[in-house]
Write a protein that binds this ligand. Structure first.
Ligand code: SF4
Length: 423
């Protein structure tokens, strides 16, 4: 049964509502699709069912690799019935995998609904296998859940890495960028930080298992993604401190994000300006033609990726779109404070989901563009609404000045397609 929509006390200048009920989301296994490309010598072994295997295969598209970096160890009926010892089976599968693949330096055992149902303790399995397979490191996290969002898989994965990160006893402050970014985006940010004079910049996750960043009390970190609640908590427990900032989407978000680092590291205004002005100008040039296409367009966000609030801010402030409703699965008041501040006053933000009610509101509003999960896109398209898959925003490099135009283009494309269909 759906709980009624609850109106929340004011949160910045937004009109915040909360709702609960039926949800339409992917589970955290989906994160493997972009994480396996990022950590190049890691392997993700889902301990799950055929459904889990199908999910990551279809989320990944038809990808044929000579040496794939993810797989599913299928829990079959014998495991479920307790006839076979699932731990023994798992050890056998993992040992064979590592023997055949000496390139694997870091193995993630990824829990699923079935592994949780049979109470397979993957944390003990990871410890056991780590000591047996040394120097291969074995970690575990859970990607399961119908109560989670698909981006929480990345959060759980990065949080699992934190206890293992080397301790940084260095007295000098270092900057840590947290969240999987495309390599090209990382390289651009590295150049900008270097132009600002910030030399010690690290990334979590690193591209290789043996290059994971050291952290300590002098680590100052910037979140590159808004869905890293558990990772942030784990970093704080290790003494790192978050730099409050908007997220680096669009020219404005990127400037705010870089400025937070500049202020923390004592970069002068003149140096900051010299380092960022060219990129900002290029982003603004790229956005100008997109503003003509998106200006005044009415946009509706279903809760899916947790990127909704920064994207809504970008669409409204830099492209002149009108926000009908911004649904988000979870609104982290702290991590999103700077974003909430920038949203147009009175923006309706809905935290949580009651699918039928939200579908009704979307149909009644007939927005020009609906940003939603894969499962909702087809029915809404069939009703004549233009949709954008929110998952695409995780697979595409969208952060930073150089990608601002591409990010806008992702929202323009469905409008163009609809216009062509109507012609
Ligand atoms: Fe597997 Fe559960 Fe995800 Fe379904 S929701 S794919 S069973 S982990």
């Amino acid at each position: 049964m759906n709980a009624p929509l609850a109106h929340q006390p004011p949160c910045g200048g937004i009109d915040l509502h909360q709702e609960q009920g039926q949800r339409a989301v992917f589970c955290g296994l989906t994160g493997i699709v972009w994480l396996h490309r990022k950590i190049q010598d890691a392997f993700f072994l889902v301990v799950g069912s055929r459904t889990c295997a199908h999910l990551i295969q279809s989320a990944a598209g038809v990808m044929i690799f000579a040496e794939p970096r993810f797989a599913t160890a299928i829990i079959d009926e014998r495991d479920l019935a307790g006839i076979a010892d699932a731990n023994e089976e798992l050890d056998r599968v993992v040992t064979r995998l590592i023997e055949r693949r000496p390139d694997i330096k870091l193995l993630f055992l990824v829990g699923s609904c079935p592994s949780e149902v049979i109470k397979l303790d993957l944390s003990r399995a990871a410890q056991r296998l780590s000591s047996r397979l040394n120097p291969v490191r074995v970690l575990n996290y859970s990607g399961s859940g119908i109560e989670t969002t698909f981006t929480q898989g990345e959060d759980a994965c990065l949080a699992a890495l934190v206890p293992d990160l080397p301790r940084d006893a260095d007295a000098a402050a270092s900057l840590l960028v947290v969240g999987a970014l495309a390599d090209v985006v990382e390289d651009q940010f590295l150049r900008m930080f270097s132009a600002m004079g910030i030399a010690d910049v690290r990334f979590l996750p690193a591209r290789r298992a043996n290059a994971m960043p050291a952290i300590g009390r002098n680590t100052r970190y910037l979140l590159a993604q808004p869905f890293l609640t558990d990772t942030a908590r784990a970093l704080e427990e290790r003494g790192a401190r978050r730099l409050p900032a908007p997220f680096p989407l669009g020219a404005e978000g990127t400037t705010g994000w870089l400025r937070a680092a500049a202020e923390a590291f004592g970069v002068s205004d003149a140096t900051f300006e010299a380092a960022t002005a060219p990129g900002r100008a290029r982003a603004e040039t790229a956005l100008a033609p997109q503003r003509e296409k998106l200006g005044g367009k009415r946009v509706f966000f279903f809760p899916d990726s947790q990127l909704e609030v920064p994207l809504a801010r970008f669409l409204a402030r830099e492209l002149g779109a009108e926000l009908v409703e911004v649904g988000t699965p979870y609104l982290h008041r702290g991590h999103l404070a700077a974003e909430i501040e920038l949203l147009p006053a009175g923006t309706r933000v809905t935290e949580g989901q009651s699918l039928d009610d939200q579908m009704d509101r979307c149909r009644a509003a007939r927005p020009d563009l609906t940003v939603c999960g894969l499962g909702l896109a087809n029915p809404l398209e069939a009703e004549g609404l233009s949709t954008k898959w929110s998952i695409e925003l995780l697979f595409t490099p969208v952060q930073g000045y150089e990608q601002a135009g591409d990010l806008a283009e992702l929202f323009v494309r469905p409008l163009r397609r609809r216009a062509l269909l109507e012609v």
